[in-house]
Design a protein around this ligand. Structure first.
Ligand code: CMC
Length: 428
């Protein structure tokens, strides 16, 4: 039997055969469904893209019902246990894990691009002392566009590769500078003897010691968090990256837009919002009243729920384990008890169970970040460092997609019909 969908238009009595490929129909195939020849043709209406695939991608696979997440086929649990962020970034971009020689070259190339232009530092000094680090981060990523005009040649593969390397390599420095600016401390230059995560900790927390030595448990935990956040298929910020990139804007401009999308509390800003929520709740005895207020529609249980996962977010499972390892070093975060109690109540409450609301990646990550000494305002920036690998990989995939066109959704117009201009003197 042919893999087609038969649609009967009850307005005309006509039947249409629409091919089904990869469990999807092409929205453009619906255009043939018309009442008369001058009719535009049938469109689909899908606000917030609840049921629309906007691209084909070979990077990340998610089965939200089963709680599966894989990068290029590799389960996230295995990458988090055995891999490093640097090789994960290579995997996302190139499709395969690097061999010894490829990894050595990749690390060398990354360290080649790690420095920021001194003018970037001056640019960042212009922000007010209390500027949110994520605002600084996304503006600075956008400003990089003016430093690398060659990036505009988005059809040049070697140039694209260089810009992707620059972005993955430079974002920790941008994030660290944003943080040091926020707390009024001098900037720290990168140390290429350290790992990606270890150097980031150095750039954040180095004081007067001649050489900074990161705690290996915290260094590994941060690396795991970067791996877990590295990609998540067509989420809000990645769609922004692809949407902006589709106009052939350079990757810095595109990534500034992606970072802006990530900033929001429903996306990458959720980790910061979770910590503020836990602080607002304050003590265990206030948890039931808080849950009641969420159920009454007075706010959301931040760090719960996901558009795709309708069971436990696999990243949350890894993060919970990582949290315990970090707390062995830093001491237990007192807010953990409130988080555990919220999770315990929510997982058995009809409101959350019936809506399939489970802890997501951001429910526990903030507790780890805080225990490691990060200000909550830095949490979305930490998310952005990991996600940079995914953004550039998705952008590269878009640029090599032969079907690429500028992203341009349609709309259903619900405004006024044509009417004549009313002079100002005649308006009531
Ligand atoms: N607390 C309370 N109720 C919720 C929550 C929540 N966190 N999330 C969803 N709901 C309810 C929502 O009110 C709705 O109920 P009803 O059917 O009665 O109107 C139902 O569940 C479905 O919610 P939705 O808003 O239609 O779901 P969505 O798929 O559009 O939104 C979400 C997904 C992640 C934006 C949402 O679950 C949310 O706001 N969660 C809190 C913010 C958060 O933790 N975001 C981080 C997501 S993971 C990191 C990332 O990748 O961005």
């Amino acid at each position: 039997m042919a893999d087609t969908l038969t649609i009967t238009d009850n307005r005309t009595g006509k039947q249409y055969e629409v091919p089904v490929t990869d469990n999807t129909i092409r929205a453009m195939d619906l255009r043939q469904i018309k009442v008369n020849p001058s009719d535009f043709g049938l469109m689909t209406y899908d606000p917030a893209f609840l049921n629309t695939a906007s691209c084909q991608s070979a990077i990340t696979f998610i089965d939200g019902g089963k709680g599966i997440l894989r990068y290029r086929g590799y389960p996230i649990e295995q990458l988090a246990e055995h891999g490093t962020f640097v090789e994960t970034a290579y995997l996302l971009l190139d499709g395969e894990l690097p061999n010894d020689a490829q990894l050595a070259t990749w690390k060398h190339d990354l360290s080649d691009h790690v420095m920021l232009h001194e003018n970037i530092k001056k640019f960042m000094e212009g922000f007010r002392y209390d500027a949110h680090p994520m605002g600084i981060f996304l503006s600075t990523v956008g400003a990089l566009s003016t430093f690398y005009p060659m990036a505009k040649d988005v059809d040049d593969q070697p140039s694209r590769r260089r810009q992707s390397l620059r972005l993955i390599s430079k974002v920790p420095s941008i994030a660290a500078y944003a943080y040091r600016h926020h707390v009024g401390k001098p900037y720290v230059y990168p140390d290429s003897e350290l790992s990606y995560a270890g150097n980031f900790l150095n750039q954040l927390f180095k004081r007067t010691e001649p050489v900074y030595r990161p705690d290996p448990v915290l260094e590994r935990a941060l690396d795991v968090l970067f791996i877990l956040h590295a990609d998540h298929e067509q989420n809000c910020s990645t769609s922004a990256m692809r949407g902006i990139g589709s106009s052939n804007a350079d990757p810095y401009a595109s990534m500034a837009g992606a970072a802006a999308a990530l900033y929001g509390p429903l996306h990458g800003g959720a980790n910061e919002a979770v910590l503020r929520m836990l602080n607002d709740i304050g003590s265990l005895d206030k948890v039931p009243a808080f849950v009641k207020s969420v159920k009454a529609g007075e706010g959301r249980l931040m760090g719960f729920g996901h558009r795709v996962y309708k069971s436990y977010d696999p990243r949350a499972t890894v993060i919970k384990r990582t949290a315990n390892e970090v707390f062995e070093v830093t001491g237990r975060n007192p807010l953990l008890d409130i988080a555990l109690e919220l999770e315990r109540i929510a997982l058995q409450d009809e409101y959350f169970v019936s809506r399939k609301l489970y802890p997501n990646v951001d429910f526990y990550s903030g507790l780890i970040y805080e225990a490691m000494g990060f200000d909550p305002a830095m949490f979305p920036v930490l998310f952005a460092i990991g996600r940079t690998a995914g953004w550039v990989a998705q952008w590269e995939e878009l640029m090599t997609d032969k079907t690429r066109k500028i992203a341009r959704p349609r709309q259903v117009y619900i405004g006024e019909d044509s009417r004549d201009y009313v002079p100002l003197s005649d308006r009531s």
